[in-house]
Design a binder for this molecule. Structure first.
Ligand code: BES
Ligand code: MN
Ligand code: ZN
Length: 509
């Protein structure tokens, strides 16, 4: 992971290969910033003279430094000070990294935005100093992520910068900026864990391998891990998890990861996080078409988000007890595979009729949601790449959210707006329930052509019992086909930043 640093140093003194200067379009700031650009470059860049660069968001100007041969100066348009958001900062950090990659600059020094303002740094009404550093560092670190475990040739093509340094406007601000950058590093480490787990292919990441990865989390402070094997799963009566796994030679696992906060003032709240852990989803007997089937190695992205979130919770000492539950299975069409028409018995004794073996996520989540009740949770949140229907509804931009915990859902929306891992609620109106009625079992695992994200969630709801519950369908947001500023093709690690932000704010309500 790219390292971050904070120094109280004017950019003129920086030895970084790429010096980044955020430029606001507000008149005074623009004038001050371009004066600085001129000092660094030795001349006013022609883009500034021609008004091609006016500080509008997304504009860039790249000029060589007047001082050192190899050094480059990058002006980044920020828009107006008043319109600055965390997302603009993340994109700024990401743009700095992209530019560094383009010119093969190994080190970046980024001037603190608003350094040219009275007092140095931005007014706290806009964003706090810590938030500014966190946003910039997050965008930069995330943009420098590469999944290169399996690339054995041409290290040159995999070039990413090694350091992102923030140049504080004053010595007084440096410590606060450092806290924000530090926090970003811890959060991004969790995102990277989630991305790596999603990106590792199914031949290397099967249920027991996922359990082994989860076990390594026990190295982190106040985290414990328990893994149930197939015998224990059978003994408990998790018929959904067993049923989905039975077509594969790889046995299922049920993974429990618990994080307990250090000495809390009062009894901490308990949040259970349930993550779908289908390490590969072929569809089973109801087999999927072969086009893009490889993406289904990422059908454990919910599990990955749960593990990433718990790692960050430990790193940040979040004051909440977390229990991660991961039903892990491989959905394959083997000789003993689950078949359409089969009926399974879940952990709470309820039966489900299998109409389509490709609707496997809800079958394993049902058992985990029942098991969640054992922890007397204040809240249960499940994350699952559950339906193609949610991708039809919301595309790859927004996570589908359904559930019974209205207050938590409002707060998840807020966390989504801050992190840009945005969620949008869909309804659970009871009129949809008839779609999953079965003639031969308590519930059917498919609901027909329409409202697929809703009928999937209604299936889950039948297993949630009495606790407040939120379901996040991340099928569209966890798997990236088109890369964006700080999210590469492959696993996005979605959910980690959302949940960490949510948990941070939820506890001190
Ligand atoms: N893992 C898939 C959902 C999915 C689709 C995730 C696309 C990511 C991208 C899930 O197990 C599935 O196959 N769902 C079926 C359900 C249907 C058979 C009721 C679907 O959405 O087609
Ligand atoms: Mn499926
Ligand atoms: Zn699936």
């Amino acid at each position: 992971m790219m390292r971050t640093a904070v120094r109280s140093l004017p950019p003129e003194k920086s030895t970084a290969v790429l010096v980044v200067l955020p430029v606001f379009e507000d008149k005074e700031q623009f004038r001050a910033a371009t004066a600085r650009l001129q000092r660094l470059a030795g001349a006013v860049p022609p883009q500034v003279t021609s008004k091609a660069f006016t500080g509008k968001r997304g504009q860039t100007v790249l000029v060589p430094s007047s001082r050192r041969n190899a050094q480059m100066i990058l002006g980044l348009g920020m828009g107006t000070v008043a319109s600055l958001t965390r997302e603009v900062l993340r994109k700024t950090g990401a743009a700095a990294v992209s530019a560094a990659i383009a010119v093969k600059a190994g080190t970046i020094a980024c001037v603190e935005p608003g350094s040219e303002l009275e007092g140095g740094g931005l007014p706290a009404e806009i964003l706090t100093t810590e938030e500014i550093a966190q946003g910039l560092a997050e965008g930069a670190i995330l943009a420098a992520y590469r999944f290169d475990k399996y690339l054995t040739r041409n290290p040159d093509e995999r070039f990413v910068p090694v350091e992102f340094m923030l140049l504080a406007a004053s010595a007084g601000r440096a410590a606060t900026l450092a806290r924000g950058a530090e926090r970003a590093g811890r959060v991004c480490a969790g995102v990277f864990l989630a991305r790596d787990l999603a990106n590792v292919p199914g031949n290397d990441l099967f249920p027991d391998a996922l359990a082994r990865e989860a076990r390594t989390l026990a190295r982190h402070p106040r985290v414990t891990v328990t893994v149930f094997d197939e015998r224990k799963i059978a003994k408990l009566g998790m018929g959904g998890l067993l049923g989905v796994a039975q077509g594969s030679a790889r046995p299922p696992r049920f993974i429990i990861v618990e994080y307990k906060p250090r000495k809390a003032p009062q009894k901490p709240k308990t949040v259970v996080l349930v993550g779908k852990g289908v390490t590969f989803d072929s569809g089973g007997i109801s087999i999927k078409p072969s086009a893009n089937m490889g993406e289904m190695k990422m059908d454990m992205s919910g599990a990955a988000a749960v593990l990433g979130t718990i790692q960050v919770a430990s790193a940040l000492n979040l004051p909440v007890r977390l229990v991660g539950l991961i039903p892990a299975a491989e959905n394959l069409p083997g000789g003993r595979a689950l078949k359409p028409g089969d009926i399974l018995k879940h952990l709470n004794g309820m039966t489900s009729e299998i109409e389509n073996t490709d609707a496997e996520g809800r079958l394993i989540l049902a058992d985990a949601l029942v098991y969640a009740g054992r922890f007397s949770p204040d809240l249960v949140i499940d994350l699952a790449t559950l339906t193609g229907a949610v991708v039809v509804a919301l595309g790859h931009v927004t996570t589908g959210m359904l559930g019974t915990a209205d207050d938590a859902m409002r707060r998840l929306e807020e966390a989504g707006r801050r992190t840009y891992e945005r969620v949008w609620q869909l309804p659970l109106f009871e009129e949809y329930e008839r779609l999953i009625k079965s003639d031969v079992a308590d519930v059917r695992n498919t609901g027909g052509r329409w409202a697929g994200a809703i009928t999937a969630a209604l299936f889950l709801k039948k297993f949630t019992g009495t606790y407040p519950w939120v379901h996040l369908d991340i099928a569209g947001t966890a798997i990236v086909e088109e890369p964006s500023e700080y999210i590469q093709k492959g696993g996005s690690g979605v959910g980690v930043r959302l949940l960490v932000d949510f948990l941070q704010h939820w506890n001190n309500q």
